[in-house]
Design a protein around this ligand. Structure first.
Ligand code: UT7
Length: 331
């Protein structure tokens, strides 16, 4: 097994828009019910941006909270990585918008695209950059405005997604006997293209009257097929992490999974024999916020005292691509 990566999650933050969409909002506008949404997904409400808000405004708010939580100021940040599937625009990157809003000068900044697994990819990228010795503090953000890419005429997808951002400041540590990344996994498999994608708007199928008429700029998902794979991958990632790290389920303080569907999370928990308090969920209040869901969960666990220094925390995510990844950290 590779050497652990020494790093400390020095601070975390999260931000969600004020506007709430309840299940009733959808029930009044399309052929669905509060009961269907609750029982099939676990979602009760989600947050969505209003005019003037965007991925970068949420990302910046979460970043400011994380920096302050770490006891730092913006100028202490040496690198900004933003995981997002809903960037401000093709370019400049959302990370450049955040850099400007934070007022940190010429700090390097870039976006990372891995859909719902994006923050795990960004977190591990940041961890390896820290290990290079060139940076002391790295800001890793997951931020999404899913409400800007879901089709509010498609009842099978629009009820699932919400907006939000989560951020963490990773700081270098001198040794690996304290806080560190103990185990990691990253993977991708292009088979996801036909099951979960936004078909148009990129170089493959640029915007045209046809793409707009056919609603091809919206997220398209074959939910049932994605569901089956998500259940399988969530289970496999936790199971293989336990085996490869040489630990048992009881050693984990909490698993923070991507919040895609309560039934997906619950099915993995039961198969793994984890206690309910060992599996974090907050999908009931935010829905699926794609790359933001894991860092938002991490922040909530830290701020509510659900995890403490020295605890083992396992973060896992599966999403479009397909991409998937996990990171086992000692806080
Ligand atoms: O974050 C990236 C990863 N994303 C995920 O992992 C999401 C994975 N998928 C899911 O969470 C679930 O598949 C859904 C929640 C999207 C759908 O739940 P399901 O139990 O898989 O339902 P289904 O797609 O098999 O559809 C069952 C029925 C269908 O009607 P018929 O064909 O049986 O008559 C759908 O048309 O439910 C219908 N349906 C709805 N009914 C009421 C689909 N959406 C709705 C709705 N309200 N909003």
């Amino acid at each position: 097994m590779p050497e652990p990566l020494g790093l400390r999650i020095a601070g975390t933050g999260r931000a969600v828009p004020e506007r709430v969409l309840t299940n009733q909002y959808f029930a009044e506008r399309m052929d669905t019910t509060d009961d269907w949404i609750r029982t099939r997904t676990g979602i009760i409400e989600r947050r969505v941006v209003s005019e003037g808000e965007s991925t970068a405004t949420l990302a910046t708010a979460a970043a400011q909270e994380a920096i302050s939580d770490a006891g730092l100021v913006a100028k202490d940040i040496g690198l900004i990585i933003v995981a997002t599937a809903t960037p401000e625009c093709f370019f400049p990157s959302t990370a450049c918008f955040v850099q400007d809003a934070l007022g940190v000068g010429p700090t390097p900044a870039f976006d990372l695209s891995a859909a719902c697994s994006g923050w795990i990819y960004a977190f591990l990228t940041g961890a390896h950059m820290l290990q290079s010795g060139h940076f002391r503090n790295i800001l890793v953000i997951g931020a999404e405005t899913m409400s800007r890419i879901v089709d509010y005429e498609d009842r099978a997808t629009c009820i699932l997604f919400g907006d939000g951002a989560g951020a963490a400041v990773l700081s270098a540590t001198p040794d690996t006997s304290g806080p560190c990344v103990l185990h990691q996994e990253l993977a991708a498999n292009f088979s996801g293209m036909s099951l979960l994608s936004i078909p148009a708007g990129g170089s493959r199928l640029p915007a045209s009257h046809m793409t707009i008429d056919e609603r091809l700029h919206y997220l398209k998902m074959q939910g049932r097929e994605v569901y089956k794979l998500a259940v399988k991958k969530n289970f496999e990632m936790v199971d293989s992490t336990l085996a490869q790290a040489g630990i048992s389920a009881e050693d984990i303080a909490v698993v923070i999974p991507h919040q895609s569907n309560l039934r997906i999370v619950e099915s993995a928990r039961q198969r793994l024999g984890l206690a309910p308090e060992q599996m974090f969920t907050n999908i009931h209040k935010y829905g699926n916020t794609s790359s933001a869901s894991v860092p938002m969960g991490l922040d909530e666990c830290r701020k509510t005292g659900r995890v403490k220094s020295g605890d083992l925390v396992l973060m896992v995510a599966f999403g479009a691509g397909f991409t998937w990844g996990s990171a086992l950290v000692r806080l």
